[in-house]
Design a protein around this ligand. Sequence first.
Ligand code: FE2
Length: 159
Amino acid sequence: MSDIDTNAIGLYTSSAEQLAEKLNTLLANYQVFYMNTRGYHWNVKGEQFFELHAKFEEIYTDLLTKVDEVAERILTLGYQPLHAYSDYAKVSQIQEDKQVADGKQCVQGLVKGFQVLIELQRELLSQASDADDEGTASLASDYIREQEKTVWMLNAYLG
Ligand SMILES: [Fe+2]
């Protein structure tokens, strides 16, 4: 393989570029979802405040870790992560969720957001596998497995 056609980690530039674009879409969704989850943490009210307030913090802390991992995967592929809220708002499929204070509605917002992330990550996984990009594929499959379990638990809460 010549270095004209491949990036620093030996992946074809054409597929790396498409993967970086998909990862940027994922990053934008993570950023909007992260802020939604902080909003739930701040605004939730009611008898289950203490339980939900703490659970939402656990979730947004994990989302923030993944934001950094996704952004740094884009850099590893040789591209630049989106880093402006204006770009995130344009690209994200997950919409801003404002003024939500009811515990069940907050949890429903989480389920909806995770469903979008899981779907995007399945597409990313398939794209990465086709490009022999094991690094991106394993990141995506780890996230899918973790978040599928989270969706089960959130749905159990909702009854
Ligand atoms: Fe807090």
